[in-house]
Ligand binder design. Structure first.
Ligand code: NAD
Ligand code: USQ
Length: 388
């Protein structure tokens, strides 16, 4: 298949592009390098050094003989988005290209507005471009489990059968997200569902849980193919941060009492899920939602699992929660659709954590310690941007 990966320079987009290319698809990537710019803004870098997109693509060709096309541009520029689709003529578009950090979106008004404009407008331009170029293009969109929040009922895969005053209907599952970033994904989901209904577009919304890990079989082939590994309190995700904190001898920063529970997924399963979604497209007019997570764990359990596996001493520190989120809540998520398509998940294992410790140890000297401390507070209107 011809598959266009938007956000193909990012943490997940790059390994996904490599995986799709490896299994035989004709792949191109697009990116505006906004993610590299946030690093400059925040004064941090990926723990693992990453090459330029051009060097990455050249290295892939040198090692495998396979070519990955590159489009440099911003999805918020509709002419760019439209021309790219006209030029590449994809059968599937995988859309990772958004500002994806909840704390970044909560720094202040400017960052909240940037996040929602970038994400919602970029996605809307893409929907218009698909409608104009070829309505058969399958949109595979990265949503997030945080769209649902933590309701006191089971979380279904996107849709809910409701009985109300003696009548029944199938409605989008109610959303109660926890940041302006997570809200941007809710807005995207609504816009996508609307275009499936009115224009007959075909779309899969992948509500993904928190991703952990840094290597896939393809990125591990050569250092030049490495993907990024974020540790700072703005972009670093919880398990990856706990691994790095262990290696540095720093306390694991559990926010609140750590009883908040999240869906999690190994990066190797992320790339496989995208492959499965592309190769099994939604029907014309169908807005399909998959919950892309493989297990649930509380933050406390994640910290304890990392600490148990680390060969040295690890302390766990309960910080006042800088976010506003429920603790001790109900959490039961349906996530069978991707398994039905053939996913056999990698559950969080000791081997994976040990290999992540090795990655972190190798690059530990690159860490700026102040960047580990959370400074963005949900309760204020303006938080100091990360000072290092
Ligand atoms: P990332 O920031 O590393 O990658 C996103 C890429 O998109 C970056 O390279 C960035 O430069 C690019 N981009 C952003 N805005 C763009 C625009 N307007 N035009 C062109 N390119 C643009 O993020 P990631 O961790 O790889 O996440 C990818 C997607 O998966 C995001 O949509 C995110 O919300 C979703 N997701 C991530 C996780 C996770 O744990 N990392 C979990 C669930 C969902
Ligand atoms: N947390 C800690 N300590 C830390 C970091 C985080 O206790 O040092 C807690 C947070 O309070 C939260 C949980 O861990 O309860 C997850 O936080 P996170 O920063 O790992 O993940 P989150 O902000 O939810 O965002 C990440 C990605 C985002 C994606 C989302 C999937 O950055 O792109 O959408 O995971 S989900 O959470 O399922 O919505």
């Amino acid at each position: 298949m011809r598959i266009l990966v938007l956000g193909g320079d990012g943490y997940l987009g790059w390994p996904t592009a490599l995986h799709l290319s490896q299994v035989g698809h004709d792949v191109a990537v697009a990116d505006n390098f906004a993610r590299r710019q946030y690093d400059f803004e925040l004064g941090v870098e990926s723990l693992v050094p990453i090459e330029s997109l051009q060097t990455r693509v050249e290295a892939w060709k040198e090692l495998t003989g396979k070519e990955i096309g590159v489009y440099v541009g911003d999805l918020c520029d509709h002419d760019f988005t439209l021309e790219m689709l006209r030029d590449f003529r994809p059968e599937a578009v995988v859309h990772f290209a958004e500002q994806r950090a909840a704390p970044y979106s909560m720094i202040d008004r400017k960052h909240a507005v940037y996040t929602q404009v970038n994400n919602v407008v970029g996605n809307l331009n893409l929907l218009y471009a698909i409608a104009e170029v070829d309505r058969d293009i399958h949109l595979v969109k990265l949503g997030t489990m945080g769209e649902y929040g933590t309701p006191n009922i089971d979380i279904e895969e996107g849709w809910l059968e409701v009985e109300h005053n003696g009548r029944t209907d199938r409605v989008l599952f109610p959303k109660r997200p926890g940041s302006f970033y997570h809200l941007s994904k809710v807005h995207d989901s609504h816009n996508i569902e609307f275009t499936c209904r009115i224009w007959g577009l075909r779309a899969t919304d992948l509500n993904q849980g928190v991703v952990y890990g840094q290597q896939t079989p393809e990125t591990a082939l050569d250092d030049r193919l490495a993907t990024r590994f974020d540790y700072d309190a703005v972009f670093g995700t919880v398990l990856n941060r706990f691994v790095i904190q262990s290696v540095l001898g720093q306390p694991l920063t559990v926010y609140g009492n750590g009883s908040q529970t999240r869906g999690i997924i190994d990066i190797r399963d992320t790339v496989k899920c995208i492959q499965l979604a592309c190769e099994n497209p939604a029907d014309a007019g169908e807005f399909r939602v998959f919950n892309q997570m493989t297990e649930s764990m509380s933050v406390k359990e994640i910290a304890e699992t990392v600490a148990r596996n680390y060969p040295g001493e690890v302390t766990i520190e309960n910080l006042d929660n800088p976010r506003v989120e429920l603790e001790g809540h109900y959490y039961n998520v349906k996530h069978t659709a991707l398994m039905d398509l053939g996913l056999s998940p990698h559950l969080l294992s000791d081997t994976l954590i040990t290999s992540l410790f090795d990655v972190a140890k190798r690059h530990a000297h690159r860490v700026k310690l102040p960047a580990l401390q959370p400074k963005v507070n949900w309760r204020t209107h303006a938080s100091p941007v990360q000072e290092t």
